[in-house]
Design a protein around this ligand. Structure first.
Ligand SMILES: [Zn+2]
Length: 501
C-alpha cells in the first residue's frame, strides 16, 4: 500500500438482532439510542436499565440533540445519548442528528459504540440504523495528522442492537470507504499530495482494486490537442501534470463505459497569474476534492462489485504563477478544436475539465458525471449546505433534486445552455473562458463546459459548493465533506438513473 494512504485498522461491525437482553449494553462504551418522539411504556420496557433514561427524558427542556444523556450503572458505565425520530424526519436530519449524537458521546475512552433503535419497524428502523452507522464510520476515521504525538484511537467497534433482523450494511460500508478516501486525500497537505504522488497513489489503488490504469502525460495530451488543460499545466515548475484514467470492468475487460466519472484535481490553486489573496488561497490544497470524490465513488462501486463498466478521469495539475503560467487574453485551442479566449487564470477548473470531458465523452458513456470545486458563485447562490447541479438533460432536474433529498447529500439544479453563451461571446475566439462580469459564474461555467461534451452524452455537472462546511455536514463531522460519493451511489442505486433515461 502506498505510504500516503491511511493505515488505520478497519472498524468492526457486529449485529445482535432480536429483543434486548438485560446485559445487552454491558459491552458498549457509548450508546446511541434512537427513540420515537413520545416513547410508549412498551418501548421503555424493551430497553434494559431504562429508568434513568426515562427520568432524563422527562426532565428535558428542549428538543436539542441529545434529547437525553445519562450513564448506566453497569461496569463500563455506558454513556447513553439519545435522539428522537418521527415519520417526517428527513434523511439529512437523521444523518445530522447521528453526527451530533456521536459528538455528544465523544471525549470517551476508545472502544465500542452501540447503536440501538427501539420503537420503530421495518424500513424506518433500517434507515435509522444505516444513518447512524454511516455517521459512526465517518467519525471513526481520522484525517491525516502529522503531530509527533499520535492522537488517541476513537471508535474501534460498532455494535448494532435491538433490530428485528440484521440490516445489510455493505453499501453503507462501501460508501464510507469512498467518502473517507475522498476526505483523506483532500485534507492531505499539498507538499505530500503533489501531482507525482497523486498519480502513484492512483496506480497503487488501481493495482489493489484491479482497475485498469492509464496516465496521459503532457506529451500525450499535446498530441491529443488538449490545449485547455495544458494552458493550466504549463505553469507547473515540473512536468508532473497529467490526466489519469481508471477503468473498472466487472465483466468484459474491453467493455465500453456505461458510467464516466470526471474530477477536477487541482493540487494547489494559487489563482495563477491573477493571484488569489491570502484568505482565498489558504485552503486551496483542497481544490482537488472533485477528483477525490470521483475516485471515492469508483471505489464504492468497485467494492460492491456493481455490474457496471465505469471510467474515472482525473485532471491533475497545479495552478501556479511563474514565467510560463498562462495569462489573461491567451488564446488556446481545446481538444475538440474550439478556441478559448482566456480571461481569468483563476478559472482554471473549467479549462482542465473542458478537455477531460471531451476525452471522456468520446468513449460514449451512457452517463457522464463531473465533480469540481468550481465556482464561488455556486456558494454565493446556495451556501455550503447544498451543492449545485447542472445537466444537459433539463428534464432530470426533479430527479436530481429528489435523489439529494433521499440520500441526505442535497443538491439544487441550475439552468445551463446556449442562451447563456451570449455572456461568453468572444470577438477573437470561439468562446470566452468566463465573463469579466461577476454574475452567475456557476451557470456560465456549466454552460461553458457543456460546449466540450461530445456525442450529446447525457451529463451531470456537480459544482461542489458543499465540499467544505464548517463543523461538518450531514453525517460527516469534518469541515472537508467528501460530498458526492453518497449522492452518486443514490443516483445509481435508488434513482436508477442509468436504467431509465
Ligand atoms: Zn481557481
Amino acid at each position: 500500500m502506498h505510504e500516503l494512504l491511511p493505515k488505520a485498522a478497519e472498524i468492526r461491525i457486529t449485529q445482535k438482532p432480536g429483543r434486548l437482553n438485560a446485559r445487552a449494553f454491558d459491552v458498549v462504551d457509548q450508546l446511541l439510542l434512537f427513540l420515537p418522539k413520545r416513547p410508549s411504556a412498551a418501548v421503555w420496557r424493551a430497553i434494559p436499565d431504562s429508568q434513568r433514561m426515562r427520568t432524563a427524558m422527562a426532565k428535558r427542556r428542549s428538543d436539542d440533540i441529545p434529547v437525553l444523556q445519562t450513564r448506566l450503572s453497569n461496569q463500563r458505565q455506558t454513556h447513553v445519548v439519545a435522539a428522537t425520530v418521527t415519520a417526517d424526519t428527513s434523511t439529512f436530519e437523521l444523518l445530522s442528528n447521528s453526527r451530533k449524537l456521536i459528538a455528544a458521546a465523544g471525549g470517551e475512552k476508545a472502544g465500542t459504540l452501540g447503536i440501538c433503535v427501539v420503537g420503530f419497524s421495518g424500513e424506518q428502523q433500517q434507515a435509522i440504523c444505516k444513518a447512524a452507522t454511516a455517521a459512526a464510520l465517518a467519525a471513526g476515521f481520522n484525517l491525516p495528522s502529522y503531530k509527533s504525538k499520535a492522537s488517541p484511537a476513537g471508535i474501534r467497534r460498532i455494535q448494532v442492537l435491538g433490530l428485528d433482523e440484521k440490516v445489510d450494511l455493505d453499501r453503507i460500508i462501501a460508501e464510507a470507504h469512498g467518502n473517507n478516501l475522498a476526505r483523506w486525500l483532500t485534507a492531505m497537505p499539498p507538499n505530500k499530495l503533489n501531482a507525482v504522488n497523486y498519480a502513484a497513489i492512483l496506480k497503487d489503488l488501481a493495482t489493489r482494486n484491479e482497475w485498469q490504469f492509464k496516465r496521459f502525460n503532457t506529451k500525450d495530451l499535446a498530441k491529443a490537442g488538449a490545449g485547455a488543460f495544458l494552458a493550466v499545466a504549463q505553469g507547473n515548475d515540473n512536468d508532473s501534470a497529467s490526466i489519469v484514467r481508471l477503468r473498472y470492468r466487472p465483466a468484459s475487460k474491453t467493455a465500453a463505459p456505461e458510467l464516466s466519472l470526471v474530477g477536477k484535481g487541482i493540487i494547489f490553486d494559487t489563482g495563477g497569474t491573477n493571484l488569489k489573496p491570502f484568505a482565498s488561497m489558504l485552503d486551496m490544497h483542497g481544490d482537488m476534492q472533485g477528483s477525490a470524490v470521483a475516485l471515492g465513488t469508483l471505489l464504492a462501486i468497485s467494492e460492491l462489485r456493481l455490474p457496471l463498466a465505469v471510467d474515472c478521469w482525473l485532471a491533475i495539475t497545479e495552478n501556479r504563477t511563474g514565467p510560463n503560467a498562462y495569462k489573461s487574453q491567451d488564446i488556446v485551442t481545446a481538444a475538440n478544436g474550439k478556441t478559448i479566449q482566456t480571461i481569468h487564470t483563476d478559472a482554471e477548473g473549467r479549462m482542465v475539465l473542458a478537455d477531460t470531458l471531451t476525452l471522456a465523452s468520446r468513449e460514449k458513456p451512457r452517463l457522464m458525471i463531473d465533480y469540481a470545486t468550481l465556482t464561488g458563485a455556486a456558494v454565493n447562490a446556495i451556501t455550503t449546505r447544498y451543492s449545485a447541479v447542472f445537466t444537459n438533460r433539463a428534464k432530470w432536474h426533479p430527479r436530481l433534486k429528489r435523489t439529494g433529498e433521499g440520500c441526505g447529500e442535497r443538491v439544487w439544479p441550475f439552468p445551463i445552455g446556449k442562451e447563456f453563451l451570449t455572456d461568453l461571446k468572444s470577438d477573437v475566439a470561439d468562446i470566452m473562458q468566463c465573463s469579466p462580469n461577476p454574475y452567475g459564474d456557476h451557470i456560465l461555467a456549466g454552460s461553458f463546459l457543456a460546449e466540450f461534451v461530445e456525442h450529446d452524452t447525457p451529463w451531470v455537472h456537480v459544482d461542489l459548493a458543499a465540499s467544505s462546511h464548517k463543523d461538518g455536514l450531514g453525517h460527516i463531522p469534518t469541515e472537508v465533506t467528501g460530498f458526492g460519493v453518497r449522492y452518486t451511489m443514490s443516483l445509481m442505486l435508488d434513482e436508477q438513473i442509468l436504467q431509465d433515461h
